[in-house]
Design a protein around this ligand. Structure first.
Ligand code: ATP
Ligand code: MG
Length: 344
């Protein structure tokens, strides 16, 4: 049967409201966005570091490749982010741990600082700091799916600048409010960016297309997973022009959605399809091991992978209270571009 909860009643009440003066906060949110975007000098330093690491690594492994991934390459990185690098290597004689330990030796010998091999982490990495540029860096091995999902995010960002504006502000909010910490059961930056992409795919008229539903112009298979999507995004630059919503209105809508509209019991957000899909369809209705599926965000390529799986019954409450707080601030607060980011 269909279940009408008190939450639905609340949804109806909110639906009637729309803050008529929301647009006037766009300049303030845009200036926060501008202050978070890294300056060119920083990007240059990251490239320098990558080049010097390539030299070092190729001396030992001539066929190995280094790829930037994560926020330094997906265009959603704020100033002074750590740099994430993936070492793609095809050495059948060495285990992943052996490669990491060898890499750590090479880095140490090359005078990089705080070199640490974390061979037992969920994603094993070598951490280090480059004293020349001051950049902190994590290097993982053969995590090529992350390199491809990095490219997908970067390609989406090129279609409409409102995606970067929205996602930078959402990430800044999440960091300020302590809800961007997967080890504490809240969501990763990657998950928040997917939530923003999905939200913009869902606007009417849509601000973003669904790249995986269009003709595939980029196809790679990694560990048996085929990643295919339309990546000629310069042909989609005008996609969202029918929709003239500003970043303040989109932020308001984003938090309204996660506070009062999203059906946590039944729905999965899916950037892959550009739609909501049902938990039932994915068989995400039961708890299996540690996967509780209390907020469901489908990975665009590893489709069995729920990015909300880190969320538990305690942290879901915190998360939803934060969504409600943010929605209410955007609805009623006289100074939302300040109050939204107040430390918790
Ligand atoms: P931040 O600015 O917070 O460092 P980030 O974009 O680097 O943001 P992370 O959450 O640190 O985000 O993730 C780094 C990269 O690792 C992501 O861009 C993504 O490519 C990959 N990644 C992270 N978490 C997952 C995951 N659960 N499944 C698949 N890939 C992931
Ligand atoms: Mg990162």
């Amino acid at each position: 049967g269909h279940h009408v909860s008190s939450q639905h009643v609340r949804i109806r009440r909110r639906e009637l409201q729309c803050r008529f003066d929301i647009e006037k906060f766009t300049p303030a949110f845009l200036s926060i966005y501008e202050s978070l975007v890294p300056v060119d000098e920083e990007i240059v330093k990251q490239k320098q570091l990558l080049l010097s690491l390539r030299k070092l690594v190729n001396k030992e492994w001539p066929n190995a490749q280094l790829h930037l991934y994560g926020s330094c390459a997906n265009s959603f990185g704020v100033s002074k982010s750590d740099v994430d690098i993936c070492l793609a290597i095809d050495d059948t004689n060495m285990s992943k741990s052996e490669i990491l330990l060898k890499l750590a030796d090479l880095l140490q010998a090359d005078k990089l600082e705080n070199v640490q091999a974390l061979t037992h982490a969920r994603v094993p990495i070598v951490k280090m700091m480059d004293p020349v540029t001051g950049i902190a860096c994590d290097i993982c091995i053969n995590n090529l799916l992350a390199v491809v999902n990095t490219k997908l995010l970067r390609d989406y960002a090129q279609i409409d600048e409102r995606l970067r504006q929205l996602a930078f502000i959402v990430k800044h909010w999440a960091k300020s409010r302590g809800v961007n910490e997967t080890y504490k059961g809240t969501l990763s930056s990657y998950a928040y960016v997917l939530m923003c992409i999905h939200f913009l795919q869902q606007r009417t008229p849509a601000i973003l297309p669904c790249l995986q539903e269009l003709e595939a112009t980029c196809v790679v298979t990694i560990d048996g997973t085929t990643c295919a999507y339309f990546d000629q995004v310069d042909r989609l630059r005008n996609f969202g022009v029918q929709n003239n919503e500003s970043v303040a209105r989109l932020l308001w809508g984003f938090f309204q959605y996660w506070a009062y509209y999203h059906d946590y019991a039944n729905d999965v957000i899916s950037v892959r399809t550009g739609r909501l899909i049902s938990k039932q369809m994915k068989d995400w209705t039961r708890r299996i091991g540690n996967d509780r599926h209390l907020i469901c965000i489908e990975d665009p390529f590893e489709t069995s992978h729920d990015l909300g799986r880190v969320v538990d019954k305690y942290s879901i409450r915190i998360l939803r209270e934060e969504f409600e707080r943010a929605a209410d601030i955007l609805q009623y607060d006289p100074n939302p571009s300040v109050t939204l980011f107040e430390p918790y």
